[in-house]
Design a protein around this ligand. Structure first.
Ligand code: ZN
Length: 260
């Protein structure tokens, strides 16, 4: 993957241009959510592959919910540029950057000063309500939500599985991690028990002030919801590459699941 010049990493316009190229190359339909009033940022876009048909189980990918986590957005783009054939032939819906104002300003919060990842349950939220409309009535097989974490000491994954016997996290991390960007060794992450970088849940936690994307996707019936995090203090290039490796590892795991 090409190295990403540091001064590009909050350039939402450049990111959008690159996604327009990907959409053309992969024959994906690109749509825009209506822009918020007075926004100078690029629109929130979403892409849908031509293999998405009614009743078909869809794979969902997203990045850029938090604007100060650039490797997630660029890692998703890097993965897409390398896997145009997947995007052409598999049923995939993706949101490349759900908070372009935040990315542009290097700000975790959205243009309203809110943490978008605590708003996905809100029926009247200007972004989340439209997001939900895109996903309503879809059958979701896999969701990958991409993030970064300033406290992280390596990469980790938060895994929400509907099947009690399914454990993907450790194998996926083994493929995403490298010597330069290892698995997060902490035993507790964000107040949750972690084992070798994996936080696993089969039920939704009840104590949260608002709902993150991955939990709402789980509630919408998604079989496997993965939130992948790279450590913000590590090299940008290593983080971008780890994001792309994680996505491809999860896609391959889902391929195996579907061919079994
Ligand atoms: Zn985040």
């Amino acid at each position: 993957m090409e190295l990403l010049p540091r001064h590009f990493c909050h350039d939402d316009r450049r990111l959008l241009q690159a996604w327009r190229r990907v959409a053309r190359a992969a024959g994906m339909r690109l749509s825009e959510l209506p822009k918020s009033k007075g926004s100078n940022a690029q629109p929130i876009i979403w892409l849908e592959s031509s293999a998405v048909n009614p009743g078909v189980a869809v794979r969902y990918l997203s990045a850029g919910v938090h604007g100060d986590e650039p490797a997630a957005a660029w890692g998703l783009l890097g993965w897409a540029e390398q896997h145009v054939e997947r995007l052409r032939h598999q049923p995939i819906i993706l949101f490349p950057c759900l908070n372009p104002e935040g990315l542009r300003a290097n700000n975790r919060l959205d243009v309203r000063g809110q943490d978008l990842n605590r708003c996905f349950h809100q029926a009247r939220h200007p972004v989340c309500s439209r997001w939900r409309r895109v996903l309503a009535d879809r059958r979701l097989s896999l969701a990958i939500c991409l993030h970064e974490d300033y406290d992280a000491q390596g990469c980790y994954v938060y895994e929400l599985q509907r099947r009690a016997d399914a454990h993907w996290g450790a194998a996926l991390l083994a493929q995403a991690a490298t010597q330069d960007l290892p698995v997060d060794p902490r035993r507790e992450i964000d107040g949750m028990r972690a084992q070798k970088g994996v936080i696993q849940r089969h039920r939704v936690p009840t104590h949260l002030p608002g709902l993150p994307e991955a939990i709402v996707l789980h509630q919408l019936g998604c079989e496997v919801s993965l939130t992948f995090e790279t450590p913000s203090e590590f090299s940008l290039d290593h983080r971008v590459a780890a994001q792309a490796r994680f996505i491809e590892a999860a896609m391959q795991r889902q391929d195996e699941e579907e061919s079994a």
